[in-house]
Design a protein around this ligand. Sequence first.
Ligand SMILES: Cc1cc2nc3c(=O)[nH]c(=O)nc-3n(C[C@H](O)[C@H](O)[C@H](O)COP(=O)(O)OP(=O)(O)OC[C@H]3O[C@@H](n4cnc5c(N)ncnc54)[C@H](O)[C@@H]3O)c2cc1C
Length: 385
Amino acid sequence: MSQLLSAFRHAALPAAAQAFRAEVREFLRSSWTPPAPQVRARSWMGFDADFSRKLAQRGWVGVTLPRAYGGASLDAFSRFVLVEELLAAGAPVGAHWIADRQSGPLILKFGTEEQRRFYLPKICAAEAFFCIGMSEPNAGSDLASVGSRAVRAEGGWRLNGRKIWTTNAHHSHYMIALVRTSGEPADRQKGLSQFIVDLKLPGITIRPIRDLAGDAHFNEVFFDNVLLPDDALVGEEGAGWAQVNAELAFERSGPERIYSSIVLLEHWIACLRGTPEAARHAETIGRLATHLATLRGMSIAVTTKLVQGESPVVEAALVKDIGTTFEQSIPVIVEAAVGADPANPPDADLLQAVAYLAQVAPTFSLRGGTREILRGMIARGLGLR
Ligand SMILES: Cc1cc2nc3c(=O)[nH]c(=O)nc-3n(C[C@H](O)[C@H](O)[C@H](O)COP(=O)(O)OP(=O)(O)OC[C@H]3O[C@@H](n4cnc5c(N)ncnc54)[C@H](O)[C@@H]3O)c2cc1C
């Protein structure tokens, strides 16, 4: 058996995390009125600051951050359960999502004590929302060719450049931006640094980009001579590449990469339940359930490695690649099933949810690193490159 496959050791969620699941379900039942399936299908794109604040009041934003900074000091298993339940319900998690998953852990790991004390309690209270400024028009898959530049100036750093595809920049308080502080884009990974950019600073323009489904959740962000204070630098100057890779490991390893179409699948099953057509689709639904269970098991195996302090970068890439293929298959399968039976007009909510997901599903394998890039990483893990 290859080294990569043997790296997936069967793992189960501990009892404490399973018990936590009941608490999350009860919170959702008592504190949130689920909207129509086509709204819930937006799951982690859904932006609702009030919902995030309610979650924060329960201590569930920044769950893995230490109590000393306002977090819940829970482990990655509890976060897995929380994320799984929120996504399965289609709860609007977009407001706090990025800070919870990436920016908070990044500041905890690489930030100064002052930065931790300033930002982490705000993240845990859902008072500070973050966005990720990695991609640029010429730096997406080839992230090392970032060209935005910060140069030393009196009182801090002068930032010029442009970011693109920045999810929720228009709603966020801060961006963690990867920019060049020395050398040229041709120098690749060398000379990159990360800054916490206060998006209210003069010189910043945020322009929404409308997507195929009519939503405007990502943006272009322009920096025109923006003066960043000295303490905006996160971690070491020039160490941005290593830091960003640690951050991407958080981004790729959770259950987030399996559940984007789950509301649609659940609603389709709900529509079929008790109808004469149900038997016709039983095999398809059984196959999807088997794929989901296997992927979930792989994702729990990755989480177990994270809890043990390992860095399962290649395993996480594999889960993301197969997981996004699974997420993308659901709208295709449901659309075909709904269209195959003209005698039974489909439920209107089902039709809207499938129409939405069919349009956005291509993005599932783009965000967080494209399929081809992940496969390159997996090939390297197998010793093929
Ligand atoms: C919904 C959504 C939200 C996003 N949110 C954010 C965000 O908040 N912040 C942020 O910074 N970015 C964000 N992104 C950007 C995302 O990370 C990039 O789109 C992604 O990294 C791909 O980069 P690109 O678009 O420049 O494509 P390119 O890098 O130009 O790639 C185009 C195609 O070429 C292929 N390709 C490129 N290089 C290779 C290679 N070496 N070998 C084989 N094939 C290759 C790619 O796989 C892809 O199919 C988001 C994207 C989406 C779709």
